[in-house]
Design a protein around this ligand. Structure first.
Ligand SMILES: C[S@@+](CC[C@H](N)C(=O)[O-])C[C@H]1O[C@@H](n2cnc3c(N)ncnc32)[C@H](O)[C@@H]1O
Ligand code: SF4
Ligand code: SF4
Length: 423
């Protein structure tokens, strides 16, 4: 019979005499009285199994209540069996082949281009990184950058990867370097190609990607299709307006591509340029008599619909990892900041046990990530809706650096969440 323990990813928030217990794994939550929470803590400390716990109660009604509570908490992963293994399963890995780029987008979260070819890891080091990535047995590996196609040895590296890994391999690219010389390699090595276009026409694309990029990207999409490569998605950070979003969907429909609209991240160069980008996007909307909404406005991202109020969502360090061009390992491709590096893959001998046994008391980057994810920053630490406020830790990290936006968002989100969660 089960001896329970609290799950490692349990989130607990108190408000007056109530407590919310939430699981990041299932994203579900249960509200109980603090009295019940105290009892639960005591019986778990006593290492009792399910029926022994129920025997602690005299009243039949208490037995029934705790029987149901234990079953529910177990079902939503707040409780686990004491002998459950805590092994992580990394499903998706990102590999940043280079930080160099042939473009210099105004919003670039990767700050590309900021390297010269001499600075970056050589082919042999990339082989070593791949050997270790493959040991983690992911389902998919995404190649990204900077611009991965600027690496002259990309096809040798891809051949090596393909020989070691039979899962899904995708690439994120600005598309401009796709040509007659590499089309066969693209078809041979990639299951899908994600091309960034960041606009619905030359004017909107130019705000981020520069002159003439829009028409050239469209040509590359047509070129891929003419060569019978059809697994293409087009990604974009867009001016914050429904009409523009619809235009983007239409563009994808016409091209036969999949659309991926991205949230604007304030990481990297976007941190310095976000105000200028927002001004240009607003001008774009104004010139077309469309309603202006700020792209850096928090309202673009938050939902307070009760159905959307769930805890967690982030697979960082649990199901996904991103490997930087220097071998540093990060929780995900949106949080590639040295504060959150959990180690360098080239310096780790047994990567599988390193990832499986990673703990906050022995890994500074992992602790910083968990603190970020659990909102243990000085603004949110005591907040009774913190488990529901941020679904993406990278977004929280972005906003923490922007005092004015942070406070504006906090004021409005907090009152809404308080009434939905505790009201
Ligand atoms: C860093 S790029 C690397 C791959 C390639 N050079 C490209 O542009 O697609 C990976 C993805 O991040 C997106 N990206 C870059 N900066 C961003 C930001 N500030 N906010 C949201 N997405 C961003 C790019 O548009 C691209 O889709
Ligand atoms: S977003 Fe991609 S294409 Fe643009 S500068 Fe960054 S790495 Fe280069
Ligand atoms: S409501 Fe405000 S204090 Fe609470 S978690 Fe969100 S941002 Fe932090």
């Amino acid at each position: 019979m089960n001896v329970y323990k609290f799950s490692d990813d349990l989130r607990v928030v108190h408000n007056e005499k109530l407590v919310i217990l939430a699981s990041e794994e299932s994203r579900a939550w249960i509200k109980i009285s603090d009295e019940c929470f105290d009892i639960l803590n005591k019986v778990l400390e006593m290492n009792l199994n399910h029926s022994e716990i129920l025997e602690c109660f005299e009243l039949e009604s208490d037995k029934v209540y705790f029987d149901n509570l234990l079953k529910n908490l177990y079902e939503i992963n707040v409780l686990k069996n004491k002998d459950d293994e805590n092994s992580r399963k990394i499903e998706s890995l990102y590999l940043i082949l280079t930080d160099r780029c042939n473009l210099a987008c105004t919003h670039c979260c990767a700050n590309a281009p900021d390297l010269t070819a001499e600075d970056e890891l050589d082919t042999e080091a990339m082989y070593e990184i791949i050997d270790k990535m493959v040991q983690l047995n992911p389902s998919s590996i995404t190649i990204s950058g900077g611009e991965p196609l600027v690496r002259p040895d990309i096809w040798i590296i891809m051949e090596y990867l393909k020989s070691k890994f039979d899962g899904k391999i995708d690439i994120m690219t600005n598309g401009l370097l796709i040509n007659e010389d590499n089309i066969n390699n693209i078809k041979k090595y990639f299951n899908s190609v994600s091309i960034s276009i960041d606009g619905v026409d030359e004017e909107s694309c130019k705000i981020i990607r520069g002159n003439n990029v829009f028409k050239n990207v469209i040509k590359k999409v047509e070129f891929l299709k003419a060569n019978n490569f059809n697994k293409i998605s087009l990604s974009a950070v867009l001016p914050n307006n429904e009409n523009v979003r619809r235009e983007f969907e239409k563009l994808n429909k016409n091209l036969g591509t999949k659309s991926a609209i991205r949230h604007f991240s304030h990481q990297g160069r976007a941190g310095e340029n976000h105000k200028k980008i927002a001004e240009h996007m607003n001008k774009y909307l104004r010139d077309r008599n469309m309603e202006e909404k700020n792209i850096i406005d928090w309202k673009a991202y938050i939902s307070t619909d009760k159905r959307d109020i769930r805890t967690g969502a982030c697979g960082g360090c649990e199901s996904t990892l991103s490997i930087g061009s220097d071998g540093e390992i990060y929780p995900c491709n949106l949080l590639m900041d040295s504060n959150y590096s959990i180690g360098n893959i080239l310096e780790i001998n047994d990567i599988v046990s390193y990832i499986n046994n990673m703990k906050i008391d022995s890994n500074k980057g992992y602790k910083a990530f968990i603190d970020l994810k659990q909102c243990n920053n000085n603004k949110c630490i005591d907040c009774s809706v913190k488990s529901f406020c941020w679904s993406c830790p990278a977004e929280c990290d972005d906003f923490l650096g922007k005092e004015d936006i942070f406070e504006d968002r906090c004021d409005q989100v907090k009152s809404k969440l308080m009434s939905v969660v505790w009201g």
